[in-house]
Design a protein around this ligand. Structure first.
Ligand code: 5GP
Length: 292
């Protein structure tokens, strides 16, 4: 065993004060974890900045979670291959990822304060994505970013407009139940990643999904609380002009989209609310009003 350093009385007193402060901040954190007012994800972030928390044992953290005693904490750690003496700051990337997946954000508001789930749908080309982008700018809605197998358009960015997946990746996401809904549209597949939506609703944030009609139906089938909004073009001619003007699509894809649009317009009856897209600002106001 290494010989402890000889400390002067002042050094010893400083060390004691430091140790007391560290103990106090760990106790405070544990009581927040116990009352679910802080999530595991927040603890991991705090640990990066606060060495007193970084040095806390993972077992201590898990045991302070509501409903997780010594035995369950131990079995989780064994399953995630985290050694019993591991400290938070020593967790590897995989271990952090798996711990977060094991305890999805536990900071949840009461059911009555959950966010509203608004599904904006309507025929392709009606201007849904412009409305969604504006809503994201002017409100505190959480606007979901979908995954798709179609190729990115020139101006589109990964993670901002879509998550662009290969067919295999999309298949895997379906198989592991990662989508709240998914559908095929004009030769490509589109899906809403489930996790972000559920977390946003649970922390009380309103959520907007901007998706095609088949997906909207699926959402309503699972979640009666969802409000389905059908965005209508001011006229059929208006919609045709928009689809014709979309230079980024091939002629075959445009024809296919027009056929689909005709079919889709006939489905507006299934929706809770219809809004005519004559002015983006007006539509955005109507959506904000619907959620309040
Ligand atoms: P685009 O290829 O023009 O970006 O989108 C084509 C259609 O797919 C649009 O009607 C759009 O609303 C819809 N869409 C986008 N994301 C999703 C999604 O996650 N799920 C479903 N079902 N449709 C989506």
């Amino acid at each position: 065993m290494p010989i402890p350093p000889t400390l002067t009385p002042e050094e010893r007193s400083r060390a004691l004060t430091k140790a007391t402060a560290a103990r106090r901040s760990r106790a405070e954190l544990k009581s927040k974890v116990k009352s679910s007012s802080i999530s595991i994800s927040d603890v991991l972030k705090t640990a990066e900045m606060d060495p007193a928390i970084g040095k806390m044992r993972v077992s201590e953290l898990l045991e302070s979670l509501p409903g997780v005693g010594k035995i369950r904490a131990q079995s989780i750690m064994e399953r995630l291959m985290i050694s019993s003496s591991r400290r938070i700051q020593g967790l590897g990337k995989r271990q952090r990822r798996e711990l977060l997946a094991e305890f999805p954000s536990s900071v949840e508001v009461p059911a009555s304060q959950r966010g509203r789930l608004i599904v904006l749908s309507g025929p392709g080309g009606v201007g849904k994505s412009t409305v969604a982008a504006r809503l994201r700018e002017v409100s505190d809605f959480w606007v979901s970013v979908s995954a798709t197998t179609r190729a990115p358009r020139a101006t589109e960015k990964e993670g901002v407009d879509y998550y662009f997946l290969s067919n295999d990746e999309f298949d895997q996401a379906i198989a592991s139940n990662q989508f709240l809904e998914w559908a095929e549209f004009a030769g490509a597949r589109y899906g809403t990643p489930r996790e972000g939506v559920e977390k946003a609703l649970a922390r009380g944030q309103n959520v907007l999904l901007e998706i095609e009609i088949e997906g909207a139906r699926q959402v309503k089938a699972h979640s009666k609380e969802a409000i389905l909004v059908f965005l209508e073009p001011p006229s059929w001619e208006h919609l045709v002009a928009r689809l014709e003007g979309r230079g980024s699509d091939s002629p075959e894809r445009r024809v296919r989209r027009l056929e689909l649009a005709q079919y889709e317009l006939a489905l507006s009856k299934e929706f809770d609310v219809a809004i005519v897209n004559d002015q983006v600002e007006r539509v955005v106001e109507a959506l904000v009003a619907l959620a309040s």
